[in-house]
Write a protein that binds this ligand. Structure first.
Ligand code: SAM
Length: 269
């Protein structure tokens, strides 16, 4: 377990994932029934961009820093929440910021230090459970939830080349345990061939893919882009996500050939 999200916090890939995560939650929160959210690879919860690992890599300079001065537009909701939370918020903080009193969040994090930081953050919070357990295993153990509606965020570190295969299996498992749940899984776009093979291995119905590319995904040594696979997307989510993807590309573009921000339906309902 070498991966530490602090080195990458607030980079373009976090902006894509987190802006779409907020939009997914907003769509789900339109209905009054209580919501359960499972964050299988939660990280530390928040990150200081001014010192430590994030300041060393400066990845946020081409990510959230480019968005913070935004005037109203499609990214306003995400940026306003980030500004309001102070340190750069990871997925658990962003999710928690939107929960209503009857909604619940369960977070899984295996790394001992990240787990301790996350646990400390939510120690007094009756709506949030923090587990030091394997997020893949939690898909079986924590699903289905008592609540009938839910969102599962799967955001593994991809330290291991087999992680795409694990993700395909994880999506299948999560869907079989909780067929009505919305599942969002982040993936890196380094090489087009790996992404295509992953997509071809998915055998679920009602799947969309929001993919953000800074350049052609040809060089496997660079994070050329990323995407979110969404199973059971909320009603009219594509329409809500379109301007968000356009806004991200407009602000985060590196002006390189092959950039794009697309939303594709991979499988019909
Ligand atoms: N979701 C977080 C966010 O958006 O702020 C970032 C998560 S980071 C990409 C992946 C995290 O998963 C790391 O903190 C890592 O320690 C943790 N991790 C790695 N393998 C895990 C596993 N099998 N189960 C749970 N957590 C794991």
């Amino acid at each position: 377990m070498n991966y530490r999200h602090a080195f990458h916090a607030g980079n373009f890939a976090d902006c894509v994932k987190h802006a779409l995560l907020i939009a997914l939650l907003r769509a789900l929160l339109k209905k009054p029934a209580p919501l359960f959210v499972l964050d299988t690879h939660a990280g530390a919860g928040h990150y200081d961009l001014e010192s430590g690992p994030a300041a060393r890599t400066r990845e946020a300079a081409t990510g959230i820093t480019r968005l913070l001065d935004l005037t109203p537009g499609s990214l306003e909701d995400y940026v306003t929440i980030v500004r309001g939370l102070g340190l750069y918020p990871g997925s658990p903080e962003l999710i928690r910021a939107l929960l209503r009193p009857d909604d619940r969040l369960a977070c899984c994090e295996l790394h001992p230090e990240e787990y301790v930081a996350l646990r400390r953050r939510f120690r007094q919070d009756p709506q949030v459970a923090v587990h030091q357990r394997d997020g893949w295993e939690a898909l079986k153990a924590l699903l289905p939830p008592r609540q009938k509606r839910g969102l599962i965020l799967i955001d593994p570190p991809y330290e291991d080349p087999t992680e795409y295969l694990r993700l395909a299996d994880g999506l299948k498992l999560a869907h079989s345990r909780f067929p009505g749940g919305v599942i969002a899984a982040w993936y890196p776009a380094k090489r087009r061939a790996s992404v295509r093979a992953f997509m071809a291995s998915l055998s679920l119905r009602d799947v969309i893919v929001a993919e953000f590319l800074l350049r052609e995904p040809l060089d496997p040594t660079r994070l050329n882009g990323c995407g979110l696979v969404i199973v059971n997307p909320p009603y009219r989510f594509e329409e809500a996500a379109r301007p968000i993807m356009d806004g991200l590309l407009n602000r985060l573009s590196c002006r390189e050939p092959g950039e794009s921000a697309t939303i594709t339906r991979l499988a019909d309902e």
